[in-house]
Design a protein around this ligand. Sequence first.
Ligand SMILES: Nc1ncnc2c1ncn2[C@@H]1O[C@H](COP(=O)(O)OP(=O)(O)O)[C@@H](O)[C@H]1O
Ligand SMILES: [Mg+2]
Length: 261
Amino acid sequence: MPVVSTFCKKGGVGKTTFIGFLGHHYATLGKKVLIISVDDQNSIFKCFGVEDKIFEKNDDYLEFLLAGHVELGDILIEARENLYLIKTLNTDKLSMKLTLERNQEKAVKKMISEYATYFDYILIDFPPSSSRLSEVLLDLSDEILIVVGLDSLGLGGFVNTIQYFIDNDLNMDNIKYIVPNGYSKNRRAPKISLDILMEQAKEFTPKAYVIPALQEKSIIKNLQADGISPFDVTKLPSYDQNQKEILASDLTELFKHINIE
Ligand SMILES: Nc1ncnc2c1ncn2[C@@H]1O[C@H](COP(=O)(O)OP(=O)(O)O)[C@@H](O)[C@H]1O
Ligand SMILES: [Mg+2]
């Protein structure tokens, strides 16, 4: 069961949004999907309108499982049919433990392999900041998708990400896909950024496939604000409904470029 991660050393580029879309897409196909948030902001919960679950209980965080206080099933939070989320509390503290205690790293590996027997996909949503926990989990990821914002800061984030992999001795061959985000038909800057990204990807990650760019769309922010996923069957007022359906079909087309089994 593949471990799939979205990563980029820059925030606000669409990592959480994209992994939420991908996860829900697989779930609607009947696959059992787990999304682990290792970002203390747990923003993936907002994408599914379940942010109240972040503070509902205080012993169902990833850290409690790794400390051996609760069982695998206790920290799973159902967001949709076939789609479960795991939240984190304090990854800095966890990273500290990982640095100090060798058996904690084993606990992380064991957790992933045990969840892998229950789920068809394990997706990991990373924060942009570096930590020992991120390194360990990136190392365990079979498929890493680097999400890149199509502007000059976004391109800088891509280069920083490559540098981060080199500095931390992470396997660049696990970077299987590059996901350009924020394309716009009417603006020149994203087009130019996409051209530059293609060149850079050819040079730095020749084995990765650059999928077609995700468009900049205001409906994405609007849906997230309401905790609605494009793959939800919820009916919206007609203009939004239209935009939601277009987004869902665009994403389904885009996901045909991603072959993860
Ligand atoms: N293609 C897009 N078009 C419009 N807004 C987007 C798009 N992708 C992401 N966003 C918005 O950008 C913001 C940051 O996205 P997010 O997924 O949280 O980024 P990250 O996880 O990389 O920090 C969110 O408000 C999200 O709704
Ligand atoms: Mg995020």
